[in-house]
Design a protein around this ligand. Sequence first.
Ligand code: GLY
Length: 352
Amino acid sequence: MRRLTVDLGERGYDIVIGRGLIGDVARHFECRGSKVLLVSDTNVAPLYADKVRSSIIGRGLEVKLVTVPAGEKSKCADTLLSLYSEALAFNMTRSDAIVALGGGVVGDLSGFAAATYMRGIDFIQIPTSLLAQVDSSVGGKVGIDLPEGKNLVGAFHQPRAVIIDPDTLDTLTDGFFADGMGEVIKYGCIVDAQLFDKLGAIGGRDGFSECAEEIIARCCDIKRDIVERDEKESGCRKLLNFGHTYGHALEKISGYSAYSHGQAVAIGMTYITRLSERDGYTEQGCANKIARLCTMYNLPTQCSAAGDEIVKAITADKKGTLGGVDAVFLKKIGDSFTRRVPFDYFNAEGGK
Ligand code: GLY
């Protein structure tokens, strides 16, 4: 088992990573009250909720399981209100806790419920998708979608603990596994050339499974370091958005159905690196290296989206600021920086 400590003073917490932890979660967090609202979804609850519930009951706490429909549609105001109702009906007080068992949707939704119920209660993440294990469960970004767009309402509310069992990845479909690999490859690109090379050397999902604990821990450690230095994303946390400006726009213009987040990020990372190689900001050959690695993990690296549609979506996105967007570029693999570019930078033939 590996343990990382996110040092954020009184908001600090541990991330524990180890095979089999799902059956022993209660040993890895404290609850100041007597009740736990365990939130999961219809895919994950049948697989792991019993184990998690038994572990928590074994610590003498009362548990109420709430299962929401699997999928992004649950990350909405109606489901959020239903969580408040469940918490109230369970007589939860400010010292009780919400435990999120599932992927990014469950984590973001229950985290936002925890951030706002009675002005904020404790929250524990048990992420079961690769995307949630390496990215969304760490760092405290929680929120819901609105009909007008994704993640438009949210908060920074750090969890009290993140408990990661890499064995839960065994039940992921290849599509969901690839979705998470977009973020894993991103970490290699922005800060860790050794991780990037290792992902290439292990060659795909089977090789990943053998060293899952080590790779997940490395990704969490990179995110830990960045979040400690810039909790609220006013500086270096922006580096985590490598490939995301183009990727979010692509997801948006294709109705959040044609591409998963990881697929869109893979296309975005390759696209912007081709542009910055053309402009002389990036060592030659990086875009091809990224494309090769993404392809190895079944992620696309190109799309036929119209450049002006992408630019329109980027201009409307919340990350856009007057006159342009802070985009993330690589000097080379493992070395990244941000640079303000005009919105129409993303409408260039060089990226195709
Ligand atoms: N997923 C990017 C961040 O947490 O900042």
